[in-house]
Design a protein around this ligand. Sequence first.
Ligand code: SF4
Length: 403
Amino acid sequence: MDAGAETGAETGAETGAETGAKTGAETGASASVERDQQGRVLLHGLTRPRLTRWLADELGLDEVAGRRLWHALYRQRASSLARVRGLPPSVCRRLQTRARVDALTLAEVRASADGTRKLLFDTDAGARVETVLIPGPRRTTICISSQVGCAMNCQFCLTAKMGLHGNLSAAELIGQVVVARREFPELPPIANVVFMGMGEPLHNVDNVIAATRVLVDQEGLDFGARRVTVSTSGLVPAIERLGRESPAQLAVSLNATTDELRDWLMPVNRRYPLARLMACLRAFPLRPRERVTLEYVLLAGVNDSLEDAARIHNMTEGLACKINLIPFNEHPGTEFRRPEDAVVHAFRDALRERGVSTSIRRTRGDEAMAACGQLGRPGERRARPRRTIPPARLKARLTAKPA
Ligand code: SF4
């Protein structure tokens, strides 16, 4: 049986707890302690209040010790507990037996000619996790994975072909960022985090919310809340929860302007159709100058018409948002094609003429297969994701070979 989109859409949707606030109060499952197979606590999985509590409960240490350990983990980017500045050797020895720093092992780095780097991490369970560093002139963006594979079965996505192998823990989410900062000091500072790698972040909402809190802690990694973005295919209850419990920004993969098309391209739409999704976005709490990002992967002959642009304008009227157009990155075996540049520009212009803030995302990392929708090794399938049937009017276009 297909373990793909239907399962993911339904299980991922119902994880919301009716508690918490946009301020980021710790609640429910997000406050649990993660341990490795030897029973050691994975320190990167703890928010600062949880770390302080755990140190007090487990080792009888006070808040000052908690702050020193926190600084070692995130300011000094310690990889071991053998020596922690400000903590006596006897405490470090006890810590070593009970806790662990890195939850992931960096196995390989692949560099592209355009400067992007793809980091391949191994989990304890033997899975491969992919992270992408995208250096800019003044700062570097890190794109982190939230799951091994993905259950959502978006039809244009390479990761979807893997199926879902599992969630990453909060420690594994944070570990991607800490190791990258530790290993690449020569890059412009890693100052933006986007949850846009492998997986549907909000299908792993407890751990993603916990990780966003660790990222913005000013005593530690100190990312600005406006520089942490969680992207989703549209799991409405989890979006609502993110709005209440996390400081992160929201990005939503829209990719279609009718339910007919989106039901096919993104099966999550069958459970949370466009009207419900857009109502949820209108209610999403935004601070001054914040906007929801709508990502729109442009697929030649599928969703790139000027009528689509007009519908985007109608759908987003009154919503504080910006549109990020992503010309499709072709990969082996896909039936989809990237539109001509002229089509992409005409689409952008049609939106801008209507007053919709729109940009085209520059594709980087193609060589390392590290651009959007290109992470993952589809050869590692758990279950073959089901191909959904395109609307009849599109079938001929999809099977036609480009000139
Ligand atoms: S686009 Fe995102 S949500 Fe959709 S299948 Fe790919 S990784 Fe999953």
